[in-house]
Design a protein around this ligand. Structure first.
Ligand code: FES
Length: 102
């Protein structure tokens, strides 16, 4: 496992999500009330980018079939999704955001 600098804290507004990449891995980086979280950015149901979906409280709704995942745990909560999302550890050093990816 290694930490990768992926963004500045100003890149993601509160209640929003952006896509970042570590190598070829697409990752969704969320800002929930000033805390940062990361999950894989591709829905586990079919092919959709979750950063194009909707953040509500601590969940992300997939833009394609409205599957809902828990951002903190990756758990599949509602809709057609069954497989959880992979989640990644996030740390902030000053304005810089790091994600731990294998
Ligand atoms: Fe995300 Fe179907 S692709 S719910």
């Amino acid at each position: 496992m290694a930490w990768h600098k992926v963004a500045s804290s100003q890149d993601v507004e509160e209640g929003n999500v952006i896509e970042v990449k570590v190598g070829e891995t697409p990752i969704a980086l969320y800002n929930i009330d000033g805390e940062f979280y990361a999950t894989h950015n591709i829905c586990t149901h079919a092919y959709a980018c979750l950063h194009e979906g909707y953040v509500e409280d601590e969940t992300i709704e997939c833009p394609l079939h409205q599957g809902i995942f828990d951002i903190k745990t990756g758990e599949a909560l509602e809709g057609p999704v069954e497989e959880p999302l992979e989640t990644y550890s996030v740390k902030r050093e000053g304005e810089e955001i790091y994600i731990e990816v294998p």
